[in-house]
Design a protein around this ligand. Structure first.
Ligand code: C5P
Length: 213
């Protein structure tokens, strides 16, 4: 599964990239840059073309977190991403909202950046355990830290794992492919001279790496 991280701020450019890559992309991930620039309506618009994962990295008290999830689902998102470090009660509340929409909840175990080792990395395993216990659908685990992807796969055998960090952040497909169900790729696709070809190639490489690793 290839998820396109649409970290753009122009509606026109975003729709153009999605149109160009749609044959090779399974879902589109929206984050704050595009929603703060274009408004929440962009989620609805994109959801008419592809499944949308709302990556609001929810990290608030249960009540506020549930409002954020509600807005995402109400506007056509198929899934939301929450931080896991906020704890079980937040994930439980978001799951209640997701169930009303038949939506999915993915939980970030650790970000891809080096600084995430300072705090989040120490709790990645525990976060994966809690996400599993609460019944969340999947985890977001960093391709830049293959040892962590292996670790959370061990804990959460039946959860879907999506992994960002391939390409611009230098994660290596062959190190994580067999542990994950999908990859999340942004800049290597939307900044490419030929985004369609870039998406095709990345998807092909991922599928090949899954078979051979
Ligand atoms: O452009 P690039 O392929 O590096 O985009 C990666 C995307 O994945 C960004 O949207 C970023 O917010 C997201 N992400 C990440 N690390 C995480 C969770 C999400 O890089 N652990």
């Amino acid at each position: 599964m290839l998820v396109l991280a649409l970290d753009l701020t122009s509606r026109e450019k975003a729709l153009e990239i999605v149109e160009k890559t749609r044959d090779f992309v399974d879902a589109v991930k929206v984050n704050y840059p595009i929603v703060l620039s274009c408004g929440i309506e962009i989620v609805k618009e994109l959801s008419e073309i592809k499944r949308v994962i709302a990556d609001f990295k929810i990290a608030d008290i249960p009540y506020t977190s549930s409002l954020i999830a509600e807005i995402a689902f109400k506007n056509g998102a198929n899934a939301v991403i929450s931080h896991g470090f906020v704890g079980r009660d937040v994930l439980e509340e978001i799951m209640k909202v997701a169930e009303n929409y038949d939506g999915k909840v993915y939980v970030v175990t650790e970000l891809t950046n080096e600084g995430a080792r300072e705090f989040m990395g120490q709790f990645a395993r525990k976060i994966a355990e809690i996400a599993k216990e609460v019944g969340c659908h999947g985890l977001i685990a960093p391709a830049t830290k293959p040892e962590r992807v292996r670790e959370v796969r061990e804990v959460a055998k039946n959860l879907e794992i999506l992994s960002p960090g391939i390409g611009a952040q230098k994660g290596k497909l062959e190190e994580i492919a067999k542990y994950v169900d999908g990859i999340i790729v942004g800049r290597s696709i939307y900044n490419a001279d030929n985004p369609k070809e870039a998406a095709r190639k990345i998807k092909e490489e991922f599928e090949k790496a899954k078979l051979t690793s």
